[in-house]
Design a protein. Sequence first.
Length: 155
Amino acid sequence: MIVGFIGSASAAVFYGVFDILSARGAFFTADVLGKSVFRGLRDPAVLQLPMQLDWAAIAWYSGLHLIITLIIGLIVVGLVVHSERRPSHARMVFGTIVAGFVVTIVAVGLLTSPMRTLLPWWSVVVANAFAVLAAGTYLLRKHPDAWNRLSPFGG
């Protein structure tokens, strides 16, 4: 659960900083995504206008994001543990984790395509990479041999 929580928090921090640097306020992305998912906001032109923050939509979206990242975290931890029990599956586990990262980026990118001007592809990639780096660092501290076992670049 901790791995998923770290991933969720990392993406939230990234977009908070991204939004502040874009002079939109720290909760802009979560607000827009929450309004999109839970309020039916679809018109990209509306997204260019100043909008009142919808704290309920932000909370609902944050909760949905947390649930999804907790599930992803549980799957990744399960795969790492599986690779410890069955070292012969380690390369397949690594490939599965990398494929999951790519599928996540593509899925999020496609689902957010109407908002591309406000949520560029590079931000989707960087937010997910930041989440993987933070959660992966924690996971590697808990499973110190995982990098050597899983990665083609490990020992």
